[in-house]
Design a protein around this ligand. Structure first.
Ligand code: IP8
Length: 250
């Protein structure tokens, strides 16, 4: 049972305070991972929270707007590396064999914005008993300099590469919410939930919940979106929050 788990940046950082880790939230997530029956068969991806997004906003960089400003690149990538070090340290402290993997060193987007992420490093680390910990980052982007590479994009690339059985997206909300704020139990087609998610124009996977759902529907593994309190349940094989299972999902 291989799991790809995304820890949302706003789950593990204090979003209002630049470069501040939410120690209590990170420690709770780390304990859930350390005690989970999944063991070392897990790839972890974390988002930017008050680390990457803060600097990306300062330099006007997004998944579509790039920069050639080396100071901006160092600020954004450097902040993400600092958050990654905090996550890896916390996992190591709990006995998880976590190792850092920095996507900026490997990924590219071509002039059509198509992403290429070499994954042999991740699969080999996993096979060798390590827990790779990747993060939202910058990516070298042909014609645009460097753009943001979101953790959600990484999850979508990694799940097939590691032949994931389940994908988890641990977010600050307890699942994908309908118009009344109620968690949607299961999503099998985007059209059925498009009105609740604010339309169908989100092709950018970092473009909010609509983009996330569209991208996760394309996976062959079921993906679950849930809140931090449900992380242990997800890792135990339960189905908290919203299950997103498109046509290709097992
Ligand atoms: O929070 C964004 O990752 P995300 C990473 O998963 C940066 O969208 C560099 C802002």
């Amino acid at each position: 049972m291989t799991v790809v788990l995304k820890l949302g940046g706003s789950v593990i950082t204090d979003k209002d305070d630049p470069e501040t880790v939410d120690r209590a939230a990170l420690s709770a997530a780390v304990s859930a991972i350390a005690e989970s029956p999944v063991g070392e068969d897990i790839v972890i991806v974390h988002g930017g929270g008050s680390f990457g997004h803060h600097h990306a906003a300062d330099y006007g960089v997004s998944t579509t707007e790039g920069t050639h400003d080396v100071d901006g690149v160092q600020a954004i990538h450097g902040a993400m590396c600092r958050l990654n070090a905090a996550v890896v340290d916390a996992l190591s402290g709990a006995g998880v064999p976590a190792v850092p993997v920095h996507p900026f060193s490997a990924a590219t987007r071509d002039a059509d914005s198509d992403l290429s992420l070499p994954t042999a490093q991740v699969t080999t680390l996993l096979d060798e008993g390590f827990v790779p910990v990747l993060h939202g980052d910058l990516v070298a982007h042909a014609g645009a300099g460097a753009t943001v590479l979101s953790g959600d994009e990484l999850v979508v690339e990694l799940a097939p590469a590691v032949d994931a059985d389940r994908v988890g997206v641990c977010s600050t909300v307890p699942g994908v919410l309908d118009e009344d704020g109620v968690v949607i139990d299961r999503i099998e087609a985007f059209e059925a939930v498009a009105p609740a998610l604010g339309g169908s124009d989100a092709t950018d996977v970092s473009g909010g919940m609509a983009g996330k759902v569209r991208a996760l529907l394309a996976l062959s593994a079921p993906a679950l979106v849930f809140g931090p309190d449900a992380l242990s349940a997800f890792l135990a094989g339960e189905s908290p929050g919203t299950t997103i299972a498109g046509d290709d999902a097992d």
